[in-house]
Design a binder for this molecule. Structure first.
Ligand SMILES: C[S@@+](CC[C@H](N)C(=O)[O-])C[C@H]1O[C@@H](n2cnc3c(N)ncnc32)[C@H](O)[C@@H]1O
Length: 284
């Protein structure tokens, strides 16, 4: 890693350690990690990803949990551990990492509170995974690869630790989304003139995760095409676009929510064209 990237990586780590991700943008820094807190995180996650739900488990429509029984699973950047909980509950042999001690502490607390099986949860950097080649059957990297200075290196590490035929899935932010082009670039950058004193990268950091805390240290947006290129070494890579209808409902502005007058089917369709989340599924 270059010196510049190392410096940025430290800033990213410190920021997430001080601002653990809870799916509640208004949350105070001082959180009380009890059962109600973790279930509220799960509830918010599910509300934010309706496209991912088949049953009450987060991402049950897109992760075949039953196929992971007894399989080696790596959960990358676990936040408060909602996904690690699901892998452990289904009986996968899961290892879980986050770059911040705070997230690891929170996920371990979750496991203690809900009496989940002893699990390997530890601090590690996805850009330098501490496992030998060909270790895992399945890797999840939800909402994290776009927050790392060296995203390509993290993808290459995922490829390395996957067994041949192993699968990975992840979520990254979609550049060609209403969120980026309309609400951030046009609305904040052009109409409010912020691009006169901020770079596009600073704008992305400021108006995505941590918006009520002054923005985070690094958020990158990618197009589906860029993602497919970055996952070029994998034998298969599928990218699909998803979102809630919130950004469409409130278009062009939350004070003038004209989008909600569009027929529900059209709003739903638009989430698959200009939604914020890219769901990536790849096979080694
Ligand atoms: C937006 S949060 C998502 C957390 C979790 N996946 C969730 O959905 O709750 C991003 C997470 O990535 C972690 N992270 C950032 N850079 C990382 C890295 N290089 N390696 C591992 N985790 C990292 C942060 O500490 C933070 O917990």
């Amino acid at each position: 890693m270059t010196e510049e990237n190392e410096e940025l990586n430290k800033k990213v780590t410190n920021w997430w350690n001080d601002n653990p991700f809870t799916y509640n943008p208004l949350e105070q820094k001082e959180i009380k990690p009890d059962a109600a807190f973790f279930r509220e995180v799960d509830r918010k996650f599910i509300k934010w990803t309706p496209w991912g739900q088949r049953d009450s488990r987060p991402l049950s429509a897109v992760i075949d949990y039953e196929s992971l029984v007894g399989q080696r699973v790596l959960d990358i950047a676990i936040g408060t551990g909602w996904s690690t909980e699901q892998f452990a509950r289904v009986g996968a042999d899961v290892s879980a990492i986050d770059i911040t001690p705070k997230a690891v502490e929170l996920a371990k607390t979750r496991f203690t509170i809900f009496g989940l099986p002893a699990t390997d949860i530890r601090v590690a950097d996805a850009q330098v995974l501490p496992w030998p080649d060909n270790t895992f059957d399945y890797v999840l990297a939800w909402g994290c690869l776009m927050h790392m200075p060296n995203t390509e290196q993290a993808i290459s590490e995922i490829y390395r630790v996957l067994k041949p035929g192993g699968r990975m899935a992840g979520m990254m932010y979609n550049k060609h989304s209403l969120h980026w082009w309309w609400y951030i670039w046009l609305s904040k950058g052009i109409l409010r003139g912020r691009l006169l004193r901020m770079t596009k990268q600073q704008l992305a950091n400021r108006y995505t995760d941590g918006v009520y805390q002054g923005g985070n240290q690094l958020t990158k947006f990618y197009s589906s095409r860029q993602i497919r290129r970055m996952f070029g070494r994998f034998s298969q890579c599928r990218v699909s676009i998803h979102d809630t209808t919130t950004a469409i409902d409130h278009w062009p502005h939350h004070c003038l929510s004209l989008g909600r007058f569009l027929p529900a089917k059209i709003r739903q369709y638009l989430t698959t064209v200009v939604g914020q989340s890219l769901w990536i599924e790849a096979v080694k």
